[in-house]
Design a protein around this ligand. Sequence first.
Ligand code: LRH
Ligand code: MN
Ligand code: MN
Length: 429
Amino acid sequence: MEHVIDKTVVEKDNAAREGNLRRDYDTLGEQLERRGIKIDAIRDKVQNFGVAIPSWGVGTGGTRFARFPGAGEPRDIFDKIEDCAVINELTKATPSVSLHIPWDKADANRLKQAASRFGLGFDAMNSNTFSDAKDQARSYKYGSLSHADAGTRQQAIEHNLECIEIGRTLGSKALTVWIGDGSNFPGQVNFASAFERYLHSMREIYAALPDDWRLFSEHKMYEPAFYSTVVQDWGTNYIIAKELGPKAFCLVDLGHHAPNVNIEMIVSRLIQFKKLGGFHFNDSKYGDDDLDAGSIDPYRLFLVFNELVDAELNHAEGFNPAHMLDQSHNVTDPIESLMLSAVEVQRAYATALLVDRKALEGFQDANDALMATQTLKAAYRTDVEPILAMARLKSGGAIDPVAAYRAAGHRAKVAAARPAAVGGSGGIV
Ligand code: LRH
Ligand code: MN
Ligand code: MN
């Protein structure tokens, strides 16, 4: 397997940190032992936990006002795959890439080869009918899968079928459909007709799914449509998954809800009714901010994982969520942000594994609200960094991914090889 980052740099950086890490790990191990938890078992679970990198996340994003490209921006999907490889080499937490078509369109066999050089696989394929591709016959300005015009709907359906075809060659097993369809003014569309047309289009896409694939529909409250959105919330999303059939599931992007919505409870409902397909992890303060996972409200991320771990330990039927990041970076190096987000997601998983579930159940049954919530807090307050770092070390990654990345001077190297990207106005979703 090829490496992008010089292994000797990582080894040197690890060597300087390993002694302290082992001491910290042993100390934490002792503490956890007192709580009846085997630290190595948690570390093993963390080691096996992966989250996919969105190909679109490794470039600098932007807002609708401006985009300020960074140095060494990936020029194409092959550079993006190389950047994804860096993230996985150092964190050992991101074994796959989630592609967006047509942004990442290239010969599928070449794509597969490029990824397998670095031992990377492909998670869900993403279709794009929220912007117009070059030379496409009909515009998505007024919608795609729910468009009033049958020809435009057909074009959007065919695009999704093409994504499935590309994904088949790549070994992907899922298609995520997010549409921007909706309206900006009351009266602009008939809610029921638009949703009916959407369902009709999705049925055709569903019918083309290979047997071992899943179809994820992703809801989002608003943006780009600001009055109504066709797939606006988890309720509508659940209806979609239910209407389509057993291979259809709901995808939860953490940034796609109204502020203060209880996302962990949505997650619980979808698990209970076997329709949780997966996640786009990120964080937000106001809307679909696409900030780094756990950067604003790490406790919420923990509470989401508390539900996921509960389902995992209870062997909830059909429970197999896809874990993906979906972020946009304006002021940080995307590789650094994505590495830290992958680590944050693992942190939420590890801390949720520490919850004393038996005690929690007892407090719930006894209506002891204070102790129940303290049981969650006791897990959340535990600093699991030594577990995460040890999992990385054992898998051949970096104890401190950002430090190793900086020591390797990777950004400067690619900046020299990749010509500067042009800035300009925004237009990111
Ligand atoms: C929409 C979204 C969706 C898209 C991605 C680029 O806001 O979250 O997942 O595919 O952003
Ligand atoms: Mn998303
Ligand atoms: Mn989004």
